[in-house]
Ligand binder design. Structure first.
Ligand SMILES: CC(C)(COP(=O)(O)OP(=O)(O)OC[C@H]1O[C@@H](n2cnc3c(N)ncnc32)[C@H](O)[C@@H]1OP(=O)(O)O)[C@@H](O)C(=O)NCCC(=O)NCCS
Length: 178
């Protein structure tokens, strides 16, 4: 159901409720009601009304890519990422949702998670990772631009509706042999 990609190293710090060494990054290949419920709740906690519901989550799992950081018993969802591929640019993947649990923020979990995902995408032959970010989301921008090396491509005015401007950021991915 969930394929382990790696273990969260012990040097990831923060107010973690669960020790980093017991958290794993998984790619979600399959799901049941309990997992869908946990993931949609996690998304709503992070993004409020704009969080993901099952009608978007399931297509992302089945036709895009979905990654999660959780413990073996799936007690706590520590991070979630949803990705879709880009019809216009077949070797580019768009990060549609990315969040870490509020208790886990600021300790390096986001950077670890996104690097792990980027490596997994590189192994799948993906050439570029793209995303949009609110200009005032300083924690996200620190992570994407300063820590991961994403480059600003343009600003899309009213991207998600009136007043919801977004920066478009891209990260070229290194070629990695499987
Ligand atoms: C953005 C997010 C994913 C970052 O995850 P994280 O686990 O905190 O990531 P990291 O700890 O690896 O990196 C965050 C960095 O931002 C810094 N930071 C936090 N708040 C900040 C602020 N207000 N201004 C500047 N930097 C800030 C942290 O100190 C850390 O940098 P450091 O490692 O140099 O100290 C997380 O904050 C989150 O889930 N936010 C809510 C959902 C969201 O906004 N998602 C992004 C949508 S595009």
């Amino acid at each position: 159901m969930l394929k382990t990609i790696d273990t969260v190293p012990l040097d990831i710090h923060g107010k973690l409720a669960i020790e980093p060494g017991t958290l794993f990054t998984y790619r979600i290949h399959n799901y049941d009601d309990a997992l869908l419920k946990k993931l949609t709740l996690f998304s709503k906690e992070g993004f409020g009304d704009t969080g993901t519901d099952v009608w978007w989550l399931v297509p992302a799992i089945r036709h895009g890519r979905a990654y999660v950081i959780t413990d073996e018993k799936r007690t706590t969802i520590a991070a979630l990422a949803l990705l879709i591929s880009d019809f216009e640019r077949p070797t580019t993947v768009y990060l549609a949702e990315f969040a870490t649990h509020k208790d886990y923020r600021g300790g390096g979990l986001g950077a670890h998670f996104l690097s792990t995902i980027a490596t997994d995408l590189s192994k799948a032959g993906i050439g570029k990772l793209s995303l949009t970010v609110e200009p005032g989301n300083l924690a996200a921008r620190r992570l994407y631009e300063d820590k991961l090396g994403f480059i600003q491509v343009k600003t899309v005015k009213d991207c998600f509706g009136a007043g919801e401007d977004r920066l478009v950021l891209e990260l070229p991915l290194k070629k990695i042999d499987k």
